[in-house]
Design a protein around this ligand. Sequence first.
Ligand SMILES: Nc1ncnc2c1ncn2[C@@H]1O[C@H](COP(=O)(O)OP(=O)(O)O)[C@@H](O)[C@H]1O
Ligand SMILES: CC(=O)OP(=O)(O)O
Ligand SMILES: [Mg+2]
Length: 256
Amino acid sequence: MSKIILSINAGSSSVKVSVYEASQGQEPEELAETQIDGLTAPPPQLKYTRGTETICKDKKLSEKITTQNDAFQYMLNELINDKDFKYINKKEDVAIACHRVVHGGDYDRPKIINEDTYHHLEALTDLAPLHNASALEIVKFCIKELPSTRNVAVFDSEFHQTIPEYIHTYPINQQIAKANKLRKYGFHGISYSFITRNVAEFLGKKESETSLIILHLGSGASACAVKNGKSWDTSMGLTPLAGLPGATRSGSVDPR
Ligand SMILES: Nc1ncnc2c1ncn2[C@@H]1O[C@H](COP(=O)(O)OP(=O)(O)O)[C@@H](O)[C@H]1O
Ligand SMILES: CC(=O)OP(=O)(O)O
Ligand SMILES: [Mg+2]
């Protein structure tokens, strides 16, 4: 039987939700895409496409939507209430919710969210306060309001687990660094792995033979050197503040 999967990307200025249908052993098929952006520059705006049909674009919303969780709830209701979208008619229709979580610490693969993973991610919130806190608010909402949905976390930091030790190590006391897990983590990894896979395919090359310099320029901005399909270095570090300036971040400049 096929299942409905939500892919939820809580960014610093937007929330993007894609809806997929998937059966065991088959490629998921995308059914709809919706996003609310402008959370840091109101009014928020809604975009909604169903298959190839654009239902709305840059629609200014007058409702009070200030947090990523407000935006997620608004879009979930839109999907449920859209009579022409037959795949989600009630909350129970969502089998799996995949959450983009920016800081995954040492996690090197996606995780099913249980109490343990939830608390582990909560503990990392200090290292990505703009991001982990709002993603976890959405996770908390799903756990409470969508009790039949399984929640999975997919990490921005995962792709950068391959950065060599001499690059991810900071020049500080190593006892303190190891005890407090102070190292370069790197973010936007879901985007970098997608770009690497697709550019390799476009060029007709193996990922392991594809080396790229990629810029991810959104509300948060970073650069990544991909060597033979793997992250070699990236401009963000222990937190998403390091590196390039972003919409609400100064980058590698001491803001004081
Ligand atoms: N084509 C574009 N040219 C320049 N800036 C853009 C373009 N599209 C989006 N932006 C800017 O990118 C930012 C949103 O980036 P995005 O990565 O989608 O959000 P988030 O960082 O919240 O995930 C906004 O500041 C928007 O103005
Ligand atoms: C990590 C990061 O900066 O993400 P975003 O671009 O979504 O703010
Ligand atoms: Mg983003």
